[in-house]
Write a protein that binds this ligand. Structure first.
Ligand code: PEP
Ligand code: CO
Length: 449
């Protein structure tokens, strides 16, 4: 295929309906911003995307497990060294628990370094009789409830790129520069261990890992092999102008990659078969995902496979199901059965967050850890019954001690929610709740094997 037809394909989405795109006031400013983005260096490389595709192919074969997570909405103000380190640390701790307790390789993907745009169920928000445009993520407008802040500003796309770059740079440094060394398992827990049941439980696992490492060293293994970890970035591919501007033709393969992140997914609200988002994702070669809610039919899933991975490339397509704890046991089996019968290689990942959101009496949007755990348990039950592979989890969490979801080993109740409710969008698990979840997933995984 010639380069010009490749780039033509990359713009085919422009002729189709694109949901959830911001109305920008000044098209000329958007053109100037996207031209500037198109001249920026890539954040990720095609070879890295292919490496991740290979890891996800292992997931489709039942040989590895995905741990994908981070904020619902990253913010510019939250792109600090401390916040990024805490998130990464929590992800590494969860991954260690899963790798050790479930004895499975864990593919670590941050919902990080680019998760700056949000789809909204309503285009406006009303507070005290005042109606303003909804917050669409820091890449589009501001969280503050004022007219000025809620104005869509294309310059924010550039800031989203730069915040993604600094975040990813820090993640790369932490994961390759010694911080993620398995011999540091205790160090990640230092500020945490005494305070919580999850921290104490983690400390036990870390002690066992220490002994295993000493044993391996004594046997002649090279401990430097544990120096770094593979870490990948991901976000929802929502703002098509941004994603298009960051799509490049790889000089080695001649194929297009969206270099804004290793992995891109389509949300439940923008996965229409004939819509612009599916059309755009069809043409990039990154590994991609699609969120599937409880109304998805098996034929919808097959049609998405036909559109997004017609050649059946293993690792190319991940389905991230978000059914709700009360629905997963009924809604998931028909999808898996039919897809499995078709022979299509799919990584099945469970998002136990987005089907379990409710409003507490205080008005806070929240989730119960019990419901999250129950959806994950349902996910494992369904896969066990069908003999298929529960391929991973996709969660919203933060490394900070927030009070946004209720429950956990050191329980948060509805009356606590106001104490540290800091999310810019959906409620996130805090560090203790995330570790509670990791321990439970590890147990379920072990039982399934
Ligand atoms: C999200 O992941 O934050 C989100 C909006 O999810 P979904 O598309 O599944 O509703
Ligand atoms: Co969310």
């Amino acid at each position: 295929m010639s380069t010009s037809s490749v780039t033509g394909d990359l713009d085919a989405w422009r002729a189709l309906p694109a949901l959830q795109q911001p109305d920008w006031d000044d098209p000329a400013e958007v053109r100037a911003v996207t031209a500037e983005l198109a001249a920026q260096p890539p954040l990720v490389f095609a070879g890295e995307c292919e490496l991740l595709k290979g890891r996800l192919a292992e997931v489709t074969r039942g040989e590895a497990f995905v741990l994908q997570g981070g904020d619902c909405a990253e913010t510019f103000a939250g792109s600090t060294a401390d916040a990024v380190r805490n998130k990464l640390k929590t992800l590494l701790q969860m991954a260690v628990v899963l790798t050790y307790a479930a004895s499975v390789p864990v593919v670590k993907i941050g919902r990080m370094a680019g998760q700056f745009a949000k789809p909204r169920s309503k285009p406006v928000e009303t507070r005290g009789g005042v109606e303003l445009p909804a917050y669409r993520g820091d890449a589009v407008n501001g969280f503050d409830f004022t007219e000025e802040s809620r104005r869509n500003d294309p310059q924010r796309l550039l800031k989203a790129y730069h915040c993604s770059a600094v975040t990813l740079n820090l993640c790369r440094a932490f994961t390759k520069g010694g911080y993620a060394d398995l011999r540091q398992v205790h160090a990640w827990n230092q500020d945490f261990v005494a305070q919580s049941p999850a921290g104490r439980r983690y400390e036990q696992v870390a002690g066992e890992i220490d002994r295993a490492l000493t044993f391996m060293k004594a046997c002649g293994a090279n401990p430097d092999e544990f120096h770094g970890v593979e870490f990948y970035s991901s976000h929802e591919a929502l703002l098509l102008e941004y994603e298009r501007a960051l799509t490049r033709i790889d000089s080695l393969s001649g194929r297009p990659y969206d270099v804004s992140a290793h992995f891109l997914w389509l949300g439940e609200r923008t996965r229409q078969l004939d819509g612009a988002h599916v059309e755009f994702l069809r043409h990039i070669r990154n590994p991609i995902g699609v969120k599937l809610g409880p109304t998805t039919s098996a034929d919808d899933a097959l049609a998405l496979i036909e559109r997004l991975n017609p050649e059946g490339e293993p690792g190319r397509l991940t389905f991230i199901t978000r059914m709700g704890a009360g629905k997963i046991r009924d809604a998931l089996p028909p999808l898996i059965e039919k897809v499995h019968r078709s022979g299509a290689p799919i990584a099945w990942v469970c998002d136990p967050m987005h089907g379990n959101t409710f409003e507490a009496p205080s008005g806070h949007k929240t989730r119960r850890l019990d419901a999250v755990l129950d959806e994950v348990a349902g996910f494992f039950e369904v896969h066990r019954a069908l003999g298929t592979h529960p391929g991973g989890i996709h969660i919203e969490f933060t490394g900070d001690d927030v009070t946004e979801c209720v429950g956990g080993g050191r329980p948060i109740v509805e009356d606590d929610l106001h104490q540290r409710y800091e999310t810019a969008c959906d409620p996130r698990l805090n560090r203790g709740q995330s570790l509670d979840l990791a321990f439970m997933v590890a147990e379920l995984y072990r039982e399934t094997r």
